[in-house]
Structures are given as C-alpha cells and as structure tokens.
Design a protein around this ligand. Structure first.
Ligand code: SF4
Ligand code: SF4
Length: 291
C-alpha cells in the first residue's frame, strides 16, 4: 500500500482543489483529510458519514465540591486563570496542565478526559474517506491527524485499496508532521510568488527530514512565469521531481462554487488536463521509484 501526502507551505495554494481531483482520478483510493483544524475537502467530495468517533485529546480539571475547603490555593497557582471565584472550572480556559491536582491539599481536584473533536469514516462517490474536526479552541491536532491516518489505513486494508491520498494541513507544524510521517511521497503544491517559493523550501526541508521523496507542482503558474520557471530550475538543480505547471483558470472557482472537483466539472479544461498529466507522472514515480 502506498501513501502520498499533498502539502502546501500555507493555505490558499489550491491544495484542496488538487487533492479532490486526485481522489477522482485515482479510483478506489482512500482519502484522508488531515487538515483537522479547518477541513474543506468535504465541500468537494461530499462524504456521507457512516461512523463517528469521539476524540479525547485533552484533559479537564474537575473539582469535587464535597471535598473542597475553598482555601484558594488552586486559583492562586493556575496560570491560565481557569478557576472562578466560586471555585468552578472554566471549561474554555482550563488547559488540563494538572498543577491544581498537585497543589490541592485535600485532593479535591482530578483530571478527566474531554472530547476535543470527532473523527469520521465516510463514503464518497469516489471511494472511502477518513476525516475529522477538532473542536474550536482545542489543541492536539497532531494526535487527531494520527487517528485519521489510522482510520484511513484500516479502510484501505478492508477495501483492498493500494493507495491512500492524504490532504495535509497547511504549514510545517505538528499536524503536518503527523501527516507526512511514513508516507511514500510528498507532493508539494506551491504558487509562483516569493512567499510561495519560501514556503516550498520549508516544506521540502520537512520532507527531507522525514526521508520522504518530494514531488513539486506549481499552481496558477501563469500568474508569474518568471517565478514559476525559478521553481522548475530550483527543482532541477536539487534533483527534485517536478510534475506539473497548472495554469490559472476561473473555471476552478466555478467548480468549487458548484461543489465539484475540477477534473469532474471541466474535464476538457487545461487545468484538468494538466492535473491528469501530473497525476500520471506522480503515480508512475510512486509505483516504480519509491518503496
Ligand atoms: S486547592 Fe483544593 S481545597 Fe483549595 S480551593 Fe482549590 S479545590 Fe478547593
Ligand atoms: S488543570 Fe491547569 S489549567 Fe486547568 S484548572 Fe488546573 S491548574 Fe488551571
């Protein structure tokens, strides 16, 4: 089974458009939406949820009113101001650090697990999908990404699918690291701007660190041909597989407004054709070039 992660140094490069199209082209791949903080792949793939799991990724302090002597020590020591004047825990402010449980002289405080989000297993018209949503204000998105990837693997094994397409979250932080660990390839979607080039280099560094073979494509390449060519040259100089230059075309926005992947909405468009070419190149390198 192969796993390919689609990445971008930041949001807004067209990663979701491309991932959704690859899910259509791949046929029988399992899709894992690892952008658990702000998932948007569902807007194009329209998953029908068949299983929901609670994700308990953080802790919450609970005060036993029977035991509490209202000495005030916990309020004094909680650096998140999460304990109110009448000794109740502020659900939003509590970080579950556990200091109050140590400090309380009568052991009136315990830590409990709290639901930090939900993971879903769904069916789409293009295949199965694992995805999730972190609750507002919650941390630990890396752990939730790991759960999404585990679910995707179980689905792929069950459905005899030999490919998992992972939509990584933008940036290079913890959830992205959880998205790329152990994958067979990382496809970085970038744009031909100076910040795009900068973000591309950071994403490539991350892939190198995790020994993941990198692939690069430039989205909206014709908005700055010079920068697009710089990216191509950079990849050539560093032995990085460059797989596609996707042109700008307003039909992409039209497809998104209509909630459809571009390769389905406008199959004959230059964008769809280039995404198809890019997929062929990536797939052949993935099957024959990396273990
Ligand atoms: S430290 Fe313990 S006893 Fe004191 S106010 Fe807090 S919960 Fe109550
Ligand atoms: S667990 Fe930490 S953040 Fe939560 S109330 Fe106790 S000291 Fe404050």
């Amino acid at each position: 089974m192969k796993q390919i992660a689609i990445l971008s140094g930041k949001g807004g490069t067209g990663k979701t458009t491309i991932t959704a199209s690859l899910a259509v082209l791949a046929k029988n791949a399992v899709v894992a939406d690892c952008d658990v903080d702000a998932p948007d792949l569902h807007m194009l793939l329209h998953p029908e949820v068949i299983k929901t799991q609670e994700f308990k990724g953080s802790k919450l302090a609970v005060i036993d009113e029977e035991k509490c002597t209202e000495c005030g020590l916990c309020r004094e020591k909680c650096r998140f101001d999460a304990i109110t004047e009448d000794f109740k825990i502020d659900y939003i402010a509590c970080e579950g650090c556990g200091v109050c449980t140590i400090i309380c002289p009568v052991k009136a405080i315990t830590l409990t697990e709290r639901i930090s989000g939900h993971a879903y297993i769904s069916k789409t018209k293009y295949g199965f999908m694992a995805h999730a949503m972190l609750s507002p204000g919650e941390a630990n998105s890396g752990k939730l990404v790991t759960l999404v990837r585990q679910n995707a693997k179980i689905l792929a094994e069950r459905e005899h699918s030999d490919l998992i397409i992972i939509d990584g979250s933008p940036g290079i932080g913890c959830p992205v690291i959880a998205s790329v660990a152990g994958v067979n390839a990382g496809l970085v979607v970038t744009e031909p701007t100076m910040s795009g080039i900068h973000d591309l280099k950071r994403a490539l560094q991350l892939l190198r660190h995790f020994n993941v073979p990198p692939f690069v494509c430039v989205n909206m390449c014709d908005i700055n041909e010079d920068n697009a060519n710089k990216i191509v040259s950079f990849c050539r100089e560093h032995g990085i597989e460059f797989v596609g230059k996707i042109p700008f075309n307003p039909v992409v926005t039209e497809a998104m407004v209509n909630g459809k992947p571009i390769v389905e909405y406008a199959l004959e468009s230059d964008v769809a054709k280039e995404i198809e070419n890019m997929w062929e190149k990536t797939l052949s390198a993935l099957q024959y070039g990396s273990g």
